[in-house]
Write a protein that binds this ligand. Structure first.
Ligand SMILES: [Zn+2]
Length: 432
């Protein structure tokens, strides 16, 4: 099959300049470099008009009509990737650190409560290869940033991702963050809510919590840790991670509704296939997913995952959801919500601005900001607000010799691209 290699999405082994005086570590021997995708409006149009994408969209629509979608809240991280078969029944909500405070979750209340959605899943991610027992997981840039701010006592004000990490992230531990978010969500929806921990180096997810508070009564709260740790004052990483990740026992996990159990198990099965496909092409998935380096930053109002609309593989796009009033609603995004999304987009933009000249560095590939909504006019309005931000204008103007920086705007309707064009493109430091 080799779908990912056919699509040109597999990373290549990265040949480090050999320094005979230094002994290279094992990790360096297995480093990979992400392909720099040549992205134009046609790149998206062609990928969107294949029979496979049509099947994906038909299946997604069917799940929506039957009320079977799982609203999934994940970080924008390009390595926090939903496998394609699972993505076909996912209403995707992407926000830095997978969740946040009440105010932030309310922005997505309408999607969670839409008729097409049966269940909610919060999926926090971390780097499993950095995991050490008795310590909180690390590797989500934004919960790590929140932890840094807590430790240094730094007061953050103004615009950008630091402001977002300060105001909208609840905990520096991505597992606690998903537990908090899941619990708080019970005030917004009476649908079942699952909390999962995703190791983005393997794509393996583990259930760490399950909560349900239906209107007609009853309350379920299952976690793999003592509930006393839910109180931030009693948080105790050495106890919570004493024996590894605090996953649900089999009995606890079986209390989840069937569709959530299937979602979890199908995710596992599909990721195994993906890792095997990488291996057949001589690529170790865990090493390939070490450095985050997407070519695309996507801002989209469409609840369909980007992976089914364009069939993009892991580590190709950093994704953020622009909230809409509901799945079908056409109401324009309120300026303060848009500001919040641009604050999040600042994270990959800032990293690229520092790293664009070093192909092996994180976010060095990130050259395209894709903005898609249901009307070209709205996409252009968002792009206009984006370029009024100095950090986005400065990024657009970077003299990147490998690929021009650009903003592409699109009109997308139910996952189908209606129109796509370049809004601004910078050839070697000259804005066209
Ligand atoms: Zn993250």
């Amino acid at each position: 099959m080799s779908r990912l290699s056919e699509l040109g999405l597999l990373p290549q082994p990265f040949e480090k300049q050999h320094d005979s005086t230094a002994s290279s570590t094992r990790e360096e021997d297995h480093a990979y470099i992400e392909p720099l995708l040549d992205i134009t409006p046609d790149f998206f149009l062609e990928r969107n008009r294949t029979p496979e994408v049509k099947d994906n969209l038909d299946e997604w629509y069917e799940h929506k009509q039957k009320g079977e979608l799982i609203a999934s809240i994940l970080c924008g991280d390009a390595r926090a990737w939903i496998p394609e078969g699972v993505a076909r029944r996912t209403a995707s909500i992407r926000a830095l650190g997978a969740g946040g405070d009440d105010e932030f979750k309310e922005r997505f209340e309408a999607i969670m409560n839409s008729k097409g959605v049966s269940t909610v899943a919060f999926i926090g991610h971390h780097d499993g290869m950095l995991f050490v027992p008795k310590k909180a997981p690390r590797g989500c840039g934004i919960t790590d940033e929140h932890g840094r701010q807590m430790l240094s006592g730094e007061e953050v004000n103004g615009e950008g991702y630091k402001d977002f990490a300060s105001k909208h992230v609840r905990h520096e531990d991505p597992v606690m963050q998903t537990i908090y978010s899941s619990q708080d969500t019970l005030e917004l929806t009476d649908k079942p809510v699952g909390a999962f921990a995703l190791d983005h180096r393997t794509g393996i997810i583990l259930p760490v919590g399950y909560f349900h508070h239906p209107k007609q009564g009853g309350y379920t709260s299952e976690t793999g840790m003592n509930p006393k740790y839910f109180d931030k004052r009693h948080y105790n990483a050495p106890a919570i991670y004493h024996d590894g990740m605090p996953k649900l026992t089999e009995d606890q996990a079986m209390k989840m509704p069937d569709n959530l159990i299937e979602y979890w198990l199908d995710w596992e099965k599909e990721m195994e296939k993906v890792r095997n496909e990488y291996a057949r092409n001589g690529v170790d998935y865990r090493q390939a997913l070490k450095v985050q380096n997407p070519s695309i930053i996507s801002l989209s109002t469409d609840p369909r995952p980007l992976g089914i609309i364009y069939r993009l593989g892991p580590n190709t796009a950093f994704k953020l959801r622009v909230p809409r009033a509901s799945i079908e609603d056409d109401e324009f995004i309120a300026p303060e919500k848009l500001q919040e999304v641009l604050n999040q987009a600042h994270y990959p933009i800032d990293q690229n601005t520092r790293n664009f000249n070093s192909p092996e560095a994180a976010f060095s590939n990130t050259h395209t900001l894709l903005i898609q909504t249901r009307s070209m006019e709205k996409s252009e309005q968002i792009a206009q607000v984006a370029i009024s931000k100095p950090y986005i204008m400065d990024w657009l103007n970077l003299p990147d010799q490998r690929h021009p920086h650009q903003i592409i705007v699109g009109q997308i309707h139910q996952g189908k691209v209606v129109d796509m064009k370049i809004f601004a493109r910078n050839e070697h430091g000259q804005l066209a």
